[in-house]
Design a protein around this ligand. Structure first.
Ligand code: GUN
Length: 284
């Protein structure tokens, strides 16, 4: 078997076209563009690239982006004050604090300072709690983007044996909630999981979100599985690689996401869509 590729770039491009229209209608109705504030603390190279991608994507769909760069040595109080200003700013509908933050920050304290109605990353405990209770206000971007990828590919997780590798607050945990809501039987593997291979071998739907290139070996993949690779790892030779051995997994899976061009574009598209949802809710 040779897996079909889930083309995240093409699916995101279709979503961007819809978002351009929604932004234009919003502008006509309210005399301003929807606004997203993007805050970068420090100069981590990967974060700098991601923030630029998000700002470029805003420009492409007619969302105004407001960007703040703070030095890596910034005292936490300064970031909290900036968040308070953005919470009050009527031109700002969404606030994104790029993670990870430098070590002097308490990430949870920072996330909790963001107004829940502007939490377009969907990381605030209120929004995660709403997701757990089946009524999300704003959903975490990568897990929600993966649900869109599955829906657009005609894959329903209902009744599937789903295995998530990685239990981060950004991907693994909210992904488990999304798949549970969608009717999958969900297993979450993490650093203390004893026999990762045995869990992966059972997976009809596998989501790998760890950040270790090649952690998931091709021969572990259940024949006919759907493989979603969230890892973006820079190899010593400069190439990007996911967490899954792509060539080996492609020989067994039915569907697989490439890296790059799989999940990443959907994370950005969901961020933009969340910003429009937040903007429409604020004025509505
Ligand atoms: N760092 C890695 N992924 C993300 C994300 O989706 N949002 C933010 N804010 N930071 C991240």
């Amino acid at each position: 078997m040779s897996a079909s590729i889930i083309d995240g770039k093409a699916i995101a491009a279709r979503i961007h076209a819809e978002l351009r229209q929604r932004s234009a209608s919003f502008f006509q109705a309210h005399g301003r563009s929807p606004g997203l504030a993007v805050v970068l603390v420090g100069d981590d190279p990967a974060s700098t690239v991601y923030v630029k991608k998000k700002r470029d994507a805003c420009a492409a769909v007619g969302i105004r982006s407001f960007s703040t760069s703070l030095p890596a040595t910034c005292p936490p109080q300064e970031l909290l004050e900036q968040i308070a200003r953005l919470n009050e700013d009527n031109a700002v509908d969404g606030i994104l604090i790029q993670l990870p933050l430098p070590p002097q920050f308490d990430t949870e304290q920072i996330i909790e300072a963001i107004s829940v109605t502007k939490d377009v990353d969907g990381f605030h405990p209120y929004n995660i709690g709403r997701l757990a209770l089946r009524a999300p206000l704003l959903r975490s971007c990568t897990p929600a983007g993966i649900m869109t990828l599955l829906a657009e590919t005609g894959i329903s997780p209902k009744g599937m044996e789903a295995v998530i590798v990685g239990a981060s607050n950004i991907v693994g945990r909210p992904m488990a909630l999304e798949l549970l809501l969608a009717g999958a039987t969900v297993t979450v593997c993490h650093r203390f999981t004893q026999d990762l291979e045995a869990h992966v071998r059972r997976a009809q739907l596998l989501v790998a979100a760890v950040g270790k290139p090649g952690l998931i070996r091709g021969e572990w993949i259940r024949p006919g599985a759907v493989v979603i690779d969230v890892g973006i790892n820079r190899l010593p030779d400069g190439r990007l690689s996911g967490d899954v051995d792509f060539a080996g997994a492609s020989a067994r899976a039915a569907w697989i996401t490439p890296v790059p061009g799989g999940v990443g574009p959907l994370t950005v598209a969901t961020l933009l869509s969340n910003t429009l949802d937040a903007a429409e809710r604020r004025v509505g």
